[in-house]
Design a protein around this ligand. Structure first.
Ligand code: BES
Ligand code: ZN
Ligand code: ZN
Length: 503
């Protein structure tokens, strides 16, 4: 889709459809664009509101034909909910809903303006960015394996931002560009989670990472099995033993600052398929485990965006990638693995593989003497039970980083909540024969998983993000279609841009 800016007045725009936002229960005389257009339409909108056909409740949308009364053919009204409860995520949602509605009807273009209604203590640029994010994220679809492609039939080709003030056009344009980069980077991560595991193998992930790195001008290095053996990455190699696919360790480096400045390391769990291994998972919903590499996908998406936005930060992305499969050579419960750090792990359950591959990545991160390390992983079912499908679990050894991530998530609409790293629960992962065991029982499962990781992250400020509940979506939301959500991408980018500003 092409997104354009144009100087002019929205009420004079000759558009297929003009999208207008409205607050529930508010008088439209307080809403600039809608007020002007209602007058032109002879009170048509106020009548509809008066008759309760459109109330403005969040994400409600209704299409009106207005041809003849104004240059545009149609007006789409979208609800923003109550004004007191408004925030930028509601604008994102409303635009996601609006764009889906327009596309469902087979309409090929739309026009909007950034009105006062859309802004609440943020700039015109931010409002334009959020609107574009909502639209492009909401229009995402994955039809690569369909012969009869949805995208051949209905597609919005053009979106025009009409702006009456010459001064503001530059801000709108910058917001559109940033929103497009953020949405496209997120949709790139979504694609990776939606592709089946017979396509996105560790090897294929390497190809995709290299291609992305080349496109945005960042470095990409690969460690193959022989290199991993020399480095002693026994945990990653152990998990990979049951699979016919060779494991890969992908390293991405982006320098937005002087080389000597300590980087932020992002490590993403990249299990391209998690069958559970010898501790085989039940078959119900097992197909969803193709998304068990979404932590890695998020890291690729965030690095891509950071490079495109030229964020002034040094970044390293680490993706330990393998399948977790049962096989004649697979690791078995009771086996002991030696990690790169030298610490040993007793494997109690081969399905708790994420924490094991991450242990080698967290140790590898040490070499960079990082300023901060954030790992992101579909790690535990316990996190789904604790926080549900709408909230990321966060744990770590640095309160400031967690607070910054929480603030970033509140802005991007990717909620996260801290769970405590309860010192005493370390008892649960004590092994009789090794340094640590890979499961700590059902009680506090997300916490014991993070405590396990903390043993390999003791040299630097570190946060672990558990996206097991949030990386896959079962029911369409305004800007999150079914399937891989790409959650974490915009969150990390926002965090990084705040981080480089030092707040
Ligand atoms: N990839 C799974 C966690 C998961 C479950 C992610 C559901 C998304 C949706 C992880 O590798 C796993 O299997 N964890 C086990 C650990 C347990 C055996 C200690 C779990 O949480 O059930
Ligand atoms: Zn598992
Ligand atoms: Zn897993």
């Amino acid at each position: 889709m092409e997104i354009k800016t144009k100087k002019g007045k929205i009420e004079q725009e000759k558009a297929e459809v003009v999208v207008l936002r409205h607050f529930e229960g508010k008088n439209i005389s307080e809403e600039d664009d809608i007020k002007k257009i209602d007058q032109i339409l002879g009170g048509m909108i106020s009548d509809i509101i008066k008759d309760n056909e459109f109330t403005g409740v969040l994400n409600q949308s209704i299409m009106l034909h207005v041809k003849g009364k104004m240059p545009a053919k149609r007006v789409l009204l979208v609800g923003l909910g109550k004004k007191e409860e408004f925030n930028s995520d509601r604008l994102r949602q409303a635009m996601g809903r609006a764009c889906s509605h327009i596309r469902e009807l087979g309409i090929k273009s739309l026009s909007t303006s950034v009105s006062e209604t859309d802004r609440k203590n943020y700039s015109v640029e931010d409002a334009a960015q959020v609107m574009v994010e909502g639209g492009l994220l909401g229009l995402y679809r994955f039809d690569k394996y369909k012969s009869d492609k949805d995208s051949d039939k209905k597609e919005i080709k053009e979106w025009t931002f009409v702006e009456s003030s010459e001064k503001k056009i530059g801000s709108v344009r910058r917001g559109i560009d940033r929103g497009t980069i953020l949405a496209e980077g997120t949709n790139f991560a979504r694609d990776l989670g939606n592709h089946p595991s017979n396509v996105v193998t560790p090897e294929r992930l390497v190809g995709i990472a290299k291609e992305m790195a080349k496109e945005v001008g960042i470095k990409c290095k690969i460690l193959d099995r022989a290199r991993m053996e020399r480095l002693g990455m026994g945990a990653l190699l152990g998990v990979a033993k049951g699979s016919m696919e060779p494991p890969m360790f992908i390293i991405l480096e982006y320098n937005g600052m002087k080389k000597k400045d300590a980087p932020v390391v992002l490590a993403g769990k990249s299990i391209t398929f998690d069958s559970g291994g010898i501790s085989l998972k039940p078959s119900d919903k097992m197909e969803q485990m193709k998304d068990d590499m979404s932590g890695g996908a998020v890291v690729l998406g965030a690095m891509k965006i950071a490079a495109q936005l030229k964020l002034p930060v040094n970044l390293v992305g680490l993706l330990p990638a393998t399948e977790n499969m049962p096989g004649g050579n697979a690791i078995k419960p009771g086996d002991v693995l030696k990690t790169m750090s030298g610490k040993t792990i007793e494997v109690i359950n081969t399905d708790a593989e994420g924490r094991m591959i991450l242990s080698d990545a967290l140790c590898y991160a040490d070499d960079y003497k990082p300023a901060a390390v954030i790992d992101i992983a579909t790690l535990t079912t316990a996190c789904v039970i604790a926080l549900g499908n709408g909230v990321i679990g966060a744990m770590g050894n640095d309160d400031r980083l967690i607070a910054m991530l929480k603030k970033a998530g509140d802005i991007t609409g990717e909620k996260l909540w801290e769970l405590p790293l309860v010192e005493e629960y370390n008892e649960q992962i004590k092994s009789d024969i090794a340094d640590v065991k890979n499961v700590g029982g059902r009680a506090g499962g997300s916490i014991t998983a993070a405590l396990f990781l903390s043993k390999f992250a003791d040299n630097y400020p570190w946060v672990h993000l558990d996206i097991a509940g949030t990386s896959w979506n079962e029911k369409k939301k305004p800007y999150i279609p079914k399937g891989a959500t790409g959650i974490g991408v915009r969150l990390l980018v926002r965090f990084l841009s705040d981080y480089c500003k030092g707040n």
